[in-house]
Each structure stands twice: as C-alpha cells, then as structure tokens.
Design a binder for this molecule. Structure first.
Ligand code: APR
Ligand code: ZN
Ligand code: ZN
Length: 367
C-alpha cells in the first residue's frame, strides 16, 4: 500500500513529506493505521543529530492507532483493535520482562540499532530505496509496521490522541515519580524543565501528594502550565537561583527528589546541587550522545545522595499503561490539557519549531 510519512532524510534538516510504499506485515508484525502522534523532544534529538539512527528514516515514537492487518503468527491483535505504541518493544519472558522492567528488555535492540526489522529488511520504500524504522515505531506515518511486541491494546473508550501521549511523555514523566523515585505524600520535589515530559513529572508529584512541588523553566508559559498541573512554587532560572530558592523552600536542606527533564549537563548538576543530603537526583532528560557530567565521589559519599536515571518512567508497561489510562478516566490524571496544538502531517515541522520556541506543552499530529 501507499502512505505519506514525515521522513528524516538528513540531520539538521526539516522533515520531508514522502509518499512511500508500505509492505504488508511479515511474521509476527502488525500494520497499524496511525491516528495520532505526539511531537516529542526525543524526535528532535534525531533531527539534530544528538542521537544517531540510520537514515533516511521515519521518526515518531509517541502514538496510537488502529490495527489494520496482522502478519502470520500474530495472536494478540486483530484488525480494528485500538493500540498504543511502546517505543521499547519487549519480549515478555526474559529476566527484565519477568521482573517488571520491560523497557530494559533487549528484544528490540536490533531494530533500534539497524533501523530494520528482524529479517534485516524495512517495510518502507521509495523508488526502490529503503526507508528506515526509528525505535521500531515510526508513527509519523499514515501507516506503519511494528513487531507485535511493540504494541499494547487500548480500552475502546479512550480517545486516541490522548492515548498517544501515554506512549511516551506521560508514562515517562508520571512514571519517573511513581515507579522510578517512589515519591510519597509530603516529600519535596523539584522539577527542572517543564516541557511535555516535565509537566508530567509535575502532575505525577501532585498525584502522590508531594509538596512543595517546585517547577523550574525558562519559559513563563511553562511555569503557568506547571502551576495548573499542581506545582506549588515556580522558578524562572533567569531571575532566581534555583538551588537557593529550593533550599529556602525546604528548610535549608534541598529537595528530597530533584528531577532533571531537559537533558543538559548543567541542569543535571543543578538538580544534584538542589538535592538534600540523602535525597535522590533523577535524570529523565536524554543528553546528546557523548555528554559527560563530572562527579565528585567524596561529595557523593559525604552527602549520601543517590543519582538515578529512568527510562520510560521505569514503568512495567503492560501493567502501568492501563493504570495511567484508568487514572485519566477517573479524572486524576490530566491528558486533555497537555495537548496545546493539533497539526496535520504537513505541518509537523511547525510542531518542532513550537517546541523550540516554548509555545506548546505538546503538539500532536492527527491523521
Ligand atoms: N532551565 C530550565 N528549563 C529549561 C532550561 C534551563 N536551563 N533549558 C530548557 N528548559 C526547558 C524548556 O523551556 C522546555 O520547557 O526544558 C523544557 C524541555 O521540554 P521539551 O522541549 O518539551 O522536551 P520534552 O519532550 O519534555 O523532553 C524533555 O526528556 O524524554 C526526554 O528526549 C527528551 O531530553 C528530552 C527531555
Ligand atoms: Zn518521547
Ligand atoms: Zn524481555
């Protein structure tokens, strides 16, 4: 079949809309009609070349859609099923999967590394040239083919644009609080970076009853959204010193948990500095490949801080994605408010520009 997709042909260039040939799903694969795809900063990392992936390729890893067709051997899905993509397809029976950590499963490493499916070929082509998969999802396309392990079923009553957000930003952000850090009521939280992911760290902290929840961002609108989602205090780092303000608000100690949700060495250091003795610094943002952050082991020892990182919110995806959707249904988790802008596929580069300009929480491509 033919489908339009946003293609990264060259790094540091806008995505191009190409009309592609999409192959039928092979053994164990599923053809999905994409309904909605969020514009996440990780896609921008590929565009800017901060993360590498074989090109040309179709990015997009936060999405939801409807199963169009299944390949031989697929048992868990049928045409018509609503599904959300998981950008870490997991086998379901290895050590990590059995221990509730599917995002650490090695199953989909070959697809991520080569941009090709397990048989070494791609399902996307243009004029005889292969177009690669990104993270085994590639949902900036009208139709995509993924391994069945890269999908989770959705309940029929959740709108697919809202469900798409749970495929990355919501689970990453809320999960960082609930599953990676395990923040409890009354604990103090700092969130540095209140974009699509950071706002979900803020709402996760509010959900568990943390306080104060201190949000820092260089864009005033982001701080306004952070307040709406439950931040009790906000800091614009251009006007105030983040570490000083956090100390003032926490009895001079620093935060129990400081989340870095940008992916920069300087803000990771800032999060560490703002963490109290015995507290935890949580790295959520993806740093460009090769980034290093100096570590003073003596300071770490004397302060007994913990530095941890979280991938995909450390979520047990098949258990936790339905849980998060249930919280949305109950009105405890906000998804509607996160979508600032809906775009057509042709407008996708505007979504990245808006992200860089700081004018959106999330933009979402609707097909
Ligand atoms: N201090 C505070 N906030 C900052 C700073 C800074 N020095 N620099 C940038 N920011 C803010 C931006 O204003 C923006 O609101 O960080 C936020 C980043 O948000 P987005 O660009 O929307 O990115 P998002 O999709 O939330 O992803 C954040 O998590 O999953 C990873 O790859 C992703 O590394 C990225 C990070
Ligand atoms: Zn993402
Ligand atoms: Zn596994």
């Amino acid at each position: 079949m033919r489908a339009r997709a946003a293609v990264l042909a060259e790094v540091k260039k806008p995505l191009e809309i190409w009309e592609l040939e999409v192959d039928a799903p092979k053994e164990g694969e599923v053809l999905v009609r994409v309904v909605a795809a969020g514009v996440c900063h990780s896609d921008l990392h590929y565009i800017q070349g901060d993360l590498e992936t074989p090109l040309p390729a179709i990015p997009g890893h936060e999405g939801a859609g409807v199963v169009e067709a299944v390949g031989p051997g697929v048992t868990r899905f049928r045409p018509g099923d609503p599904v959300v993509f998981v950008f870490r397809a997991f086998c379901g029976h290895c050590f990590y999967c059995l221990n509730g950590r599917p995002a650490l499963c090695d199953f989909s490493n070959p697809i991520r590394r080569t941009g090709r499916m397990f048989d070494g070929t791609t399902r996307f082509h243009r004029n005889g040239t292969d177009v690669h998969h990104v993270l085994g999802v590639s949902c900036f396309a009208e139709y995509t083919v993924v391994p069945e392990q890269g999908l989770l079923s959705l309940p029929p009553d959740i709108p697919l644009d809202r469900a798409a957000l749970v495929g990355c930003g919501v689970t990453t952000g809320v999960g960082a609080v609930l599953f990676a850090a395990g923040v409890r009521a009354g604990e103090t939280v700092l969130v540095i970076g209140c974009g699509g992911v950071g706002l979900n760290v803020v709402q996760g902290a509010a959900l568990v009853g943390a306080g104060p929840v201190i949000a820092a961002d260089v864009v005033p609108q982001k701080l306004e959204w952070a307040r709406q989602l439950g931040a009790t205090h906000t800091i614009d780092p251009r006007e105030q010193d983040v570490v000083e303000v956090v100390r003032e608000l926490t009895g001079g100690r620093g935060a129990d948990y400081a989340f870095e949700v940008i992916g920069r060495a300087d803000t990771i250091q800032q999060a560490y500095a703002a963490t109290r003795k015995g507290g935890t610094t949580v790295i959520v943002g993806l740093t460009p490949m090769g980034t290093t952050v100096p570590l003073d082991p003596l300071d770490l020892l004397r302060t007994e801080k913990t530095i941890k990182a979280t991938l995909y919110g450390s979520a047990n995806l098949p258990r936790d994605i339905p849980r998060l959707l249930e919280l949305y249904r109950l009105g405890r988790l906000r998804l509607d408010e996160l979508i600032s802008r809906r775009l057509r596929l042709e407008e996708i580069n505007d979504g990245f520009e808006a992200m860089l300009a700081g004018s959106v929480a999330r933009s979402i491509v609707v097909f």
